[in-house]
Design a protein around this ligand. Structure first.
Ligand code: SAM
Length: 245
């Protein structure tokens, strides 16, 4: 899976070259677009980082993330919480589980995966829905699969999860997020496009008063504790949901 090992410079242009002739998937289009500056995204990501400093969250943190190609959030998070503190192949304060559904992006991101330069290994048949699962000393599990399947089949109990979607909510996500919610003890953060959702969920969104409000309504006991909407060309919402105390 590691393109660099095959002598391919695994940046997005190389990937675009490899997939020439096929329409770019939404994820690949997103990865190309993020080469441009996105001040809203940076601001919203920083808001989340400040929730997970050691001061704000001194307990151990087991978190699910969607890293994209460059692992910007995870690199900062690990730096903030653990510095260079790998001990016995494990980080003291933070365990990162990560997921990416697009094989091209997954491959490209292995060039930047935290800890990948130290050591990495494939975890075979770890989960039935994951095309590939990797481990590094800094990333406990990196699945090539869909959040929707992870929500249904995953077993890990998490302290937090940041679902950072490129596109809008859809009916399948709305169906499986309550299952993931049952396994997240602390905040569940959802970032998604605040537009262009499927017609079949339009009336539910209108009735709830918006996408974030609909999520709050379908997750038992959820309250919104922060909201970081932004617009870097398209409107995005970012909601932080926790269980009612
Ligand atoms: C917005 S980007 C992640 C950006 C990153 N969190 C950051 O801070 O820059 C979202 C990534 O998730 C992937 N993705 C989108 N929907 C997904 C899904 N349902 N399951 C797994 N991965 C998904 C996309 O291919 C893309 O690489």
């Amino acid at each position: 899976m590691h393109l660099a090992r095959w002598g391919v410079d695994s940046d997005m242009e190389s990937l675009a070259g490899l997939v020439r002739g096929t329409a770019p998937t939404p994820g690949v289009s997103f990865a190309r677009a993020v080469r441009e500056r996105r001040p809203g995204k940076d601001w919203a990501r920083d808001k989340l980082l400040s929730m997970f400093t050691l001061k704000a969250h001194p307990e151990k943190l087991v978190i699910l993330t969607m890293p994209g190609v460059r692992w910007v959030f995870e690199q900062h998070l690990l730096g903030l919480r653990d510095g260079e503190g790998v001990r016995d192949g494990r980080f003291r304060n933070t365990t990162v589980h990560a997921i990416e559904r697009e094989p091209a992006i997954y491959s490209a991101s292995l060039k930047y995966i935290p800890g990948g330069h130290l050591k990495y290994k494939h975890i075979s048949n770890y989960l039935p829905y994951s095309v590939c699962t990797m481990w590094t000393p800094k990333v406990h599990r990196y699945y090539c699969g869909r959040v929707e399947d992870y929500a249904v089949h995953g077993k890990e109990v998490l302290d937090a999860a940041w679902l950072d979607f490129t596109g809008p909510l859809n009916r399948e996500l709305l169906g499986c997020l309550p299952l993931l919610w049952n396994r997240v003890r602390g905040p569940l953060i959802v970032t998604a496009l605040n537009a262009r959702w499927q017609k079949n969920i339009d009336s539910r969104i209108q009735k709830a008063g918006g996408c974030a409000e609909l999520l709050r309504d379908i997750l038992p006991g959820a309250v919104e504790v922060a909201r970081h909407d932004y617009n870097d060309g398209v409107p995005m919402f970012q909601t932080v949901l926790r269980r009612e105390e």
